[in-house]
Design a protein around this ligand. Structure first.
Ligand SMILES: NC(=O)C1=CN([C@@H]2O[C@H](COP(=O)(O)OP(=O)(O)OC[C@H]3O[C@@H](n4cnc5c(N)ncnc54)[C@H](O)[C@@H]3O)[C@@H](O)[C@H]2O)[C@@H](O)CC1
Ligand SMILES: [K+]
Length: 516
């Protein structure tokens, strides 16, 4: 599913109206009706509730007037409608709906000055449900003055708030919240989600998100040049087809994982095991010589190989030939967990990137090595998937604010270095060199725990070993990893969740996806 900016959704609305000929009032009617339907779903005793609908002067307010009209029509007479403007300021479809509402003798209370705020607070206090139809995708700036006071009064009223399209005050374009913003319990967003309702910290204001079809033709959406998408269960499911009976471990590929240094054997182990849990047929874990024997016992199903090491016990540049030989029958290389940034190890990473001919998943110290000379990525012979967390991303592209520009930064970096990239964090974004970006909906704050990244590296490598193309492996891997974390959290909560739990939950998460 595509994810829009304000400008992109406005363009879709415009084309639906002008090119396809669907009148704007029809779209507005559908929008309002869906909000009413969502209210009925969430509040079974809606008929007995007192509803306050707060309308702004744009089309978002117009949607609110449609809601008012239908609630009245359905016999709910405890409905109050406020308009944060003088009626003369309304135009277009909002004006049409204002006129209809007026002719239906539904009273509208104009709130146009701060002196009316106490009266507005009373109205909020007397209501059971608040409908926020103040501002939608037309928001231009941080809200101030009357709008700010109204928004804050609504938040303080401690009543359930249902936001029309987006919580008022939230920018459709990014996860940044500039000023006051409605803290919604439910948001009914139209046609496709806007970036702001998915990205944090703004997403915190959205509550439960419903995406509803208001009649914008699918072909317009599909053929638009919107490059940002939401990863959905249905697409992920296609990765996990039923396995034919007549297959063997070789069918599902062999992963080579190069990882570990003294003190970081666990990272290597988890990256190796999670590739198997994601369905890879075989995994060989290549570690510095000193870790080989200690890892032999806990690795169980994972095979190990010892590599020449530096004086400090990290994998040394001398390991290059051995690694190239090990790669002969492998489908993918996972490189980086717990490697260290020893200069010799860093040099090895650079050399491998330039010579390996199977796809590479590079994480953690692998990324830190790349960050010392990102241009090396342009010399890669095979596809590269990078999985940085924001700190690693900042090393890769210094002097850019990462967290406030997650989509743009991931998109630009993937293009510039011709790599696939999963920028981790709440709502991981996956970017492909062709400019497409995917936002992942799964995962939870319990996953901010040591080793969770190593598990993701293993999952993505495990998927690539099954001949899944890198972009799909990155999308599916991130989704699966987050879902496994969500399943653990459902049982154990966020606090004590550890990476090993995520790893062991992978099979159940795959099963859940298949059964979806
Ligand atoms: N035909 C369409 O374009 C459709 C639009 N729809 C609704 O219309 C919304 C977009 O409508 P509009 O483009 O009219 O925009 P909005 O209704 O979001 O608001 C625009 C109005 O608010 C004012 N404004 C902007 N920023 C402000 C701020 N910080 N403080 C105070 N006032 C501010 C603007 O000057 C303008 O008058 C969507 O979110 C959706 O709810 C739906 O009805 C579906 C069809
Ligand atoms: K709104």
């Amino acid at each position: 599913m595509k994810v829009a900016t304000a400008e992109e959704i406005q363009e879709l609305d415009r084309r639906a109206i002008e090119e396809i000929g669907i009148p704007g009032v029809v779209l507005m009617e559908n929008a309002g009706l869906h909000v009413v339907r969502a209210m009925r779903d969430h509040f079974p005793d809606l008929d007995k509730q007192r509803v306050l609908i707060v309308c702004g002067k744009g089309n978002n307010g117009g949607d609110g007037l449609v809601v008012a009209r239908h609630l009245f029509n359905q016999g709910i007479d405890e409905v109050r409608v406020t308009l944060l403007a003088e009626k003369e300021q309304l135009k277009g479809d909002a004006k049409i709906n204002f006129d209809i509402v007026t002719k239906m003798n539904i009273p509208i209370i104009e709130i146009t000055s701060n002196e009316q705020i106490p009266a507005f607070r009373n109205l909020s206090a007397q209501a059971d449900i608040l409908v926020d139809a103040i501002l939608g995708t037309g928001l231009k700036d941080a809200v101030r003055g009357l709008y700010k006071n109204v928004i804050e009064s609504m938040n303080k009223a401690r009543r359930p708030i249902i936001s029309v399209d987006i919580p008022s005050g939230l920018s459709a374009d990014s996860g940044v919240v500039y000023g006051s913003c409605i803290k919604a319990d439910i948001t009914v967003t139209f046609a496709i989600p806007k970036r702001g309702v998915l990205l944090y910290p703004a997403a915190e204001y959205v509550g439960e998100l419903e995406i509803v079809d208001i009649g914008i033709p699918q072909q317009l959406i599909e053929h638009s040049d919107i490059k940002v998408h939401l990863v959905q269960a249905a697409t992920v499911k296609r990765t996990f087809r039923d396995r034919p009976a007549n297959t063997h471990k070789g069918t599902y590929g062999h992963v080579l994982t190069i990882a570990g240094s003294p003190g970081k054997a666990g990272a290597a182990l988890m990256a190796g095991r999670s590739a198997l849990r994601a369905g890879s047929g075989l995994v060989t874990l290549a570690v510095p010589e000193n870790l080989r024997i200690p890892l032999e016992i806990p690795t169980l199903e994972v095979m190990t190989a010892a590599l020449p090491e530096t004086k400090e016990g990290t994998i040394s540049l001398d390991a290059y030939d051995a690694i190239m030989a090990l790669l002969e029958d492998k489908r993918v290389l996972a490189l980086g967990p717990g490697l260290s940034t020893h200069p010799s190890t860093v040099e090895l990473v650079h050399r491998l990137i330039q010579s390996v001919e199977v796809p590479m998943v590079i994480d953690a110290d692998g990324i830190n090595a790349v960050a010392q000379n990102p241009g090396v990525l342009l010399k890669a012979k095979a596809p590269v998937v990078l999985t940085p967390h924001p700190g690693e991303m900042a090393r890769l592209v210094p002097n850019i604010a990462i967290q406030t520009n997650r989509i743009e930064v991931a998109q630009e970096t993937a293009r510039r270095y011709n790599v696939f990239l999963a920028l981790k964090g709440a709502r991981t974004v996956i970017a492909s060199p062709d400019g497409n970006v995917f936002i992942n909906p799964t995962g939870n704050p319990g996953m901010a725990t040591a080793g969770a990244g190593d598990v993701l590296t293993g999952i993505i490598a495990g998927l690539i070993s099954q001949n899944i193309i890198p972009v799909e492996a990155a999308k599916t891997g991130v989704y699966l990893h987050g879902l496994a974390g969500d399943l653990v959290a459902a049982e154990k909560g966020y606090y004590g969740l550890i990476a090993g739990d995520i790893l062991e939950m992978i099979p159940y998460a795959i099963k859940r996806i298949q059964e979806e």
